[in-house]
Ligand binder design. Structure first.
Ligand SMILES: O=C(O)CCC(=O)C(=O)O
Ligand SMILES: [Fe+2]
Length: 309
């Protein structure tokens, strides 16, 4: 099939002729997947080539210092209000999807990553993101937690999961898909020994089961990170990972754990309360539409897409 001159790549994916004249299933580059602005009107920030390479190679990626200290302070206050006195918050803000944390759901840097690793190009439009959000919870951990947060490694081998599994990772030359993935916003600084999330780097592509050493958190198989407040840690759930006890007595871990998924699949039932979704800008609310494919692209008819392929 020869694409018409200047094809609308969104309507012709997945059958599209590559630039070099060969068929490719990769679809349009992330930079051509709408929307190009988030619900706050800010331009989407695409991953750099190096960030994209690292996420694919490692199964996780740290983007340091995305939020300003002022933004972190307001968000931390909301986290502690949710823990200590939720009734004092308006109902439309009473969750980690709400209040100042709502801006994290479709932060321009998050959207840039999701358009690369999660978005379904034919279902993305200026009115609807091409991916879903599901799950949001707080990790407010201290060095005096009793019991301390447990080391509990899970997942890995995302490349080899069968259809239907959400903890997947798939790639073909020039394109990769993260499956269920986590976006962790660290609202306090994290030191290398403090107790950030741990990863077996690259294990999303491991052909073999984990060796016994993976059950030992001090094994050199495990990596973690240090970062300033306001950093974003992205990982595919197809990577072996684990929480661990928080050890820094000087400051707590104050992190927001958000999760994203492909548009037509769902891992959990988690969703913001209805009054929060209704109060959201329509584009942000599109993150929470049903996990279906057919006719799930805002004003555009999926049928029309099919007809043009
Ligand atoms: O607690 C953590 O640091 C990791 C939690 C976890 O397993 C996840 O977010 O999927
Ligand atoms: Fe996990």
């Amino acid at each position: 099939m020869v694409a018409a001159e200047k094809p609308d790549a969104f309507s012709t994916w997945p059958i599209v002729m590559g630039e070099g004249g060969h068929d490719t299933m990769a679809g349009p580059p992330a930079s051509r997947i709408p929307p190009f602005r988030t619900s706050s009107g800010a331009p989407v920030v695409p991953l750099t080539e190096e960030q994209r390479f690292r996420f694919d190679k490692d199964g996780w990626l740290l983007i340091p210092g995305v939020l300003s200290e002022e933004e972190c302070a307001v968000m931390r206050a909301h986290c502690y209000a949710l823990r200590d006195n939720p009734e004092a918050l308006p109902a439309a803000e009473r969750s980690s999807y709400g209040g100042p944390l709502a801006a994290l759901c479709d932060h321009p840097v998050l959207v840039g990553w999701a358009q690369e690793f999660l978005a379904h190009p034919t279902l993305a439009s200026e009115e609807t993101y091409g991916f879903r959000m599901e799950m949001s919870f707080l990790a407010l951990r201290t060095s005096t937690d009793d019991p301390p947060f447990a080391f509990s490694p899970h997942n890995g081998s995302g490349l080899y999961r069968l259809p239907g599994a959400t903890h997947t990772y798939h790639s073909i030359p020039g394109k990769a898909h993260a499956g269920l993935a986590r976006a962790v916003w660290e609202l306090n600084p994290v030191g290398i020994d403090d107790g950030g999330t741990m990863f077996i780097t690259g294990s999303h592509k491991s052909a073999f089961g984990s060796p016994a050493a993976a059950t030992d958190p001090s094994s050199s198989l495990w990596d973690t990170y240090s970062c300033p407040a306001g950093s974003l840690v992205l990982f595919t759930e197809g990577t072996s990972h684990s929480g661990q006890p928080w050890t820094n007595a000087e400051r707590d871990r104050c992190a927001v754990f958000n999760a994203y998924n492909a548009l037509n699949t769902r891992w959990s039932m988690s969703k913001p309360p209805e009054e929060q979704v209704v109060a959201m800008p329509k584009l942000r609310a599109s993150l929470f539409r049903e996990a279906t494919t057919k006719e799930n692209r805002g004003q555009y008819e999926y049928r029309a897409q099919v007809a043009r392929i």
